[in-house]
Design a protein around this ligand. Structure first.
Ligand code: RTP
Length: 144
């Protein structure tokens, strides 16, 4: 079944096993593109239910495609937050994703779990366990 318009060009990009396994960064174990429903993102943001920006944040997160990922590795939660930068992009350091690429708090580009308990809940919400890939590293095959 053809899902894309014939006039628009598409490409398929795949990171091959050496690129995935050379240990260039943390381990990507799940990824998908999804337009989440408002009902779904209300679950994601359930902790913010009482905050004045809850509804606006839910409308925004459900307004278009989200690339959802699960990364694995020692310290990945803390490092992820460091790479992402402070919630308010105007307070994020240069060199962080939000510091370099975002301007306002309601459009801060990227989310990262803030601790082990939320990471577990969010991974369970966004991914079925069978969609996560568990693999051991074979990097020695590609290092010369
Ligand atoms: P995130 O969960 O998205 O990584 O954000 P966070 O922990 O850094 O911040 P949190 O307080 O959990 O807020 C979640 C998201 O709500 C939006 N927000 N708007 N004052 C505001 O208008 C306001 N404050 C927060 C942001 O998109 C924030 O990332």
């Amino acid at each position: 079944q053809e899902v894309f318009s014939a006039e628009m060009e598409h490409t398929f990009i795949a990171i091959k096993p050496d690129g995935v396994q050379r240990g260039l960064e943390f381990k990507l174990v799940g990824i998908k593109v999804v337009v989440p429903s408002k009902d779904f993102v209300q679950k994601h943001y359930h902790d913010l239910k009482e905050r004045p920006f809850f509804n606006a944040s839910c409308d925004f997160l459900s307004s278009g495609p989200v690339i959802a990922m699960v990364w694995e590795g020692e310290g990945v939660i803390r490092y992820g937050r460091k790479l992402i930068g402070a919630t308010d992009p105007q307070k994020s350091e240069p060199g962080t994703i939000r510091g370099d690429l975002a301007v306002v708090v309601g459009r801060n580009i990227i989310h990262g779990s803030d601790g082990p308990a939320t990471a577990k809940d969010e991974i369970n919400l966004w991914f079925k366990p069978q969609k996560l890939v568990s693999y051991t590293n074979n990097a020695e095959k590609w290092i010369y």
